[in-house]
Design a protein around this ligand. Structure first.
Ligand code: ADP
Length: 262
């Protein structure tokens, strides 16, 4: 419980920080990038060394932009417009741009469930979840592999929820995203949802991808389970409450439901 409390506090602090400073940093970064572009356009050609320095500066500025983008995405929690959605349709749309992201060595499969139940979500949230998981899957499979997305309807009883923190019996729409990559050990798994936790080298990871997903899923009263085996791969199962239709007697799970790390 203590761990979850710390997690919530950290997320709130990061969210506040992000909202406060990200825009200002973005403005300054635009100035840096603008002047760098201008330098490159100078009539006197730069020496090889100067060009190299300039390109390193541009790389660093681009990476900083990416961090700011993720920070803003992380703090964007309250400006969403949820509506009743068919997640299959949203995923199909998101997947159009996936090939370029994961590259040619990674095979991609999408297995949508027939008659998927509706969920109450902002479509951009699904997009963000898929994109963040796809980047991680790509990084976990430098030599290629399989990246797969599957959806399903899941009626969970108390027994099925045993051992999954914060999961409650109910009807859920399941989104499973898997890879055949490097996998994670238990120590890593224990930290993956913490903001700024990353095992990637400096300049590659921000540690905000899974924390952002955690935030989205908790705010939608869903939960996450992760299965990972070193050397074999990882699967994230994300459960969103089924959107209850009037008169079906199927109620979405209660307020206290929260995403569960691990
Ligand atoms: P980042 O990708 O910037 O490091 P994330 O929050 O998305 O931040 O991920 C945190 C860490 O979780 C990663 O650095 C990596 O160690 C681990 N991780 C996440 N997804 C996977 C995956 N599919 N396979 C192996 N490790 C993963």
């Amino acid at each position: 419980l203590q761990k979850q409390f710390n997690q919530a506090q950290k997320m709130e602090a990061v969210g506040r920080l992000a909202g406060g400073v990200a825009h200002d940093i973005n403005n300054k970064l635009s100035i840096i990038m603008g002047y760098a572009d201008l330098l490159k356009l100078q009539p006197n050609p730069l020496s090889d060394n100067q060009t190299h320095y300039l390109e390193e500066m541009q790389k660093a500025a681009n990476h900083s932009c990416e961090i700011v983008r993720q920070l803003l995405a992380f703090s964007r929690s309250d400006v969403i417009s949820p509506r009743t959605v068919n997640i299959n349709a949203i995923i199909a749309d998101t997947c159009k741009g996936l090939g370029r992201l994961i590259g040619e060595d990674i095979r991609f499969e999408f297995r949508p469930a027939e008659d998927i139940w509706p969920a109450l979500l902002d479509p951009t949230q699904i997009d963000q979840i898929i994109m963040n998981l796809a980047v991680n899957a790509r990084d976990a499979m430098p030599d290629g592999g399989l990246f797969s997305i599957e959806t399903g309807n899941a009626s969970l009883d108390e027994a099925a929820c045993q051992g999954i923190a914060s999961a409650r019996a109910g009807d859920y729409v399941r989104l499973s995203v898997g890879d055949t990559g490097c996998g994670m050990d238990g120590e890593t798994l224990g930290h993956i949802f913490e903001p700024f936790f990353t095992t990637k080298e400096v300049g590659k990871g921000t540690g905000l991808g899974l924390a952002t997903i955690f935030g989205i899923v908790s705010r939608n009263k869903g939960f996450i389970t992760v299965h990972s085996e070193v050397g074999f791969g990882t699967t994230f199962n994300i459960f969103f409450p089924r959107m209850a239709r009037e008169g079906t007697g199927s109620e979405p799970p209660g307020d206290e439901r929260r995403a569960a790390p691990g």
